[in-house]
Design a protein around this ligand. Structure first.
Ligand code: GDP
Ligand code: ZN
Length: 346
């Protein structure tokens, strides 16, 4: 972030982070507090959809401290991104949350614990580049929370599975401990699983009620009811956006493509289509690594995330095949039984 900001600092701009998006602009946090912001005309017209500022983005700003507003001149490279297709076009991708470090995949222990749904959310988290953590909520309503956690852990190898109860205040410290100071998390999962309750518990106040009060006194100007960033005890942050609940609906690999656009472009320009970027002649990736144009840490992260995504996809495929095999076995059994019946039994 510091290195990436240098050219913007030279241009006289200051850093900020987008914490909310409204129909008519953004809200950004800066050293001078929270300000309303608009994208500069140039950024607005020249940027592709995925380069428009999104919640969680680090941006370069010029400030108007008299008017208490800011102008966004550039979006800094994203470390991670949750994307979805725009509602109006299957071609267009929108970033719904950027620079998320930890994706808490939240599901409730009391209702329908759906393993396929958890896997979809996990895949979405891996695609985004964030570290997934499964959170099983409402443990106070479950008979055997640890047993269920063990079963879910088998679906999510290498991924922490936490059991919490906001009502009893159980497991909350373990959840907070998943993020280092300054890291950003999101809560993803179906409606009603207890995401808002968790955020409110951490805040120690009812943020929804706060909104109602703000709206009632007509100070709509300051509400961040659409998308916002919440500071937690311990200095980590929760990005709490309604849009992110749809992340499970996006297609595979789009997240990686948006975050690692530059690398995908390099790979396309390798001499051989099946280049393994491992010393082959005419490898654009090696060339960029050698010239310093591609950061080795970024390349390593891309390889790691691609491998994880491939593993998640292979697993989903295996599960689908197993289900199909079981379905066929069931059909064969029914067919045989049927034949037996037709022969009058024997
Ligand atoms: P969201 O849609 O995921 O944000 O879910 P909410 O936070 O609005 O919670 C849905 C319902 O679950 C509310 O009625 C909460 O009071 C209830 N709930 C949330 N956490 C717990 C919990 O730990 N235990 C129990 N028993 N109920 C909870
Ligand atoms: Zn190559």
């Amino acid at each position: 972030m510091v290195g990436a900001f240098t050219p913007h600092a030279h241009a006289g701009h200051v850093p900020g982070r987008v914490v909310a998006q409204h129909r008519d602009g953004y809200e950004v946090v800066t050293d001078d507090g929270e300000l309303r912001a608009k994208a500069s005309g140039r950024l607005f017209h020249e940027a592709g959809n995925a380069e428009h500022p999104a919640v969680g983005d680090w941006v370069a700003l010029s400030l108007d401290l008299v008017e208490h507003t800011a102008t966004i001149h550039a979006v800094l490279p994203r470390r991670t991104a949750f994307v979805r297709r725009a509602a109006d076009s299957v071609q267009t991708l929108q970033v719904i949350a950027a620079n998320v470090d930890v994706a808490f995949v939240v599901t409730s222990l009391n209702a329908d614990l759906n393993p396929r749904r958890i896997e979809r959310y996990l895949a979405a988290a891996w695609q985004s580049g964030a570290r997934p953590v499964v959170v099983l909520t409402k443990s106070d309503l479950a008979n055997d929370p640890q047993g269920e956690a063990t079963a879910i852990a088998a679906l999510a190898p290498g991924c922490p599975v936490l059991v919490v109860s906001a009502r009893q205040g159980h497991g909350l410290d373990a959840l907070l401990a998943q993020m280092a100071q300054g890291e950003t998390g999101v809560l993803i999962g179906s409606s009603g699983v207890g995401k808002s309750t968790l955020v409110n518990t951490f805040l120690g106040e009812d943020r929804m009620a706060t909104h109602a009060i703000r709206e009632a006194d007509g100070q709509g100007r300051h509400t961040t009811s659409h998308r916002s960033l919440v500071l937690l005890p311990g200095g980590s942050l929760i990005l709490d956006t309604p849009g992110i609940r749809e992340v499970g609906l996006m297609d595979a690999e789009e997240g990686l493509s948006v975050v690692f656009d530059d690398i995908e472009h390099l790979i396309e320009t390798c001499k051989f289509n099946d280049c393994r970027h491992d010393g082959e002649p005419g490898c654009a990736v090696r060339g960029a690594l050698n010239s310093g144009a591609l950061d080795p840490a970024r390349w390593a992260n891309f390889l790691k995330l691609s491998a994880e995504l491939a593993a998640v996809e292979a697993k989903a495929e295996r599960l689908a095949k197993d289900a199909e095999r079981r379905r066929l076995a069931g059909l064969q059994k029914a067919y045989r039984a049927n034949k037996k019946d037709a022969r009058g039994g024997d």
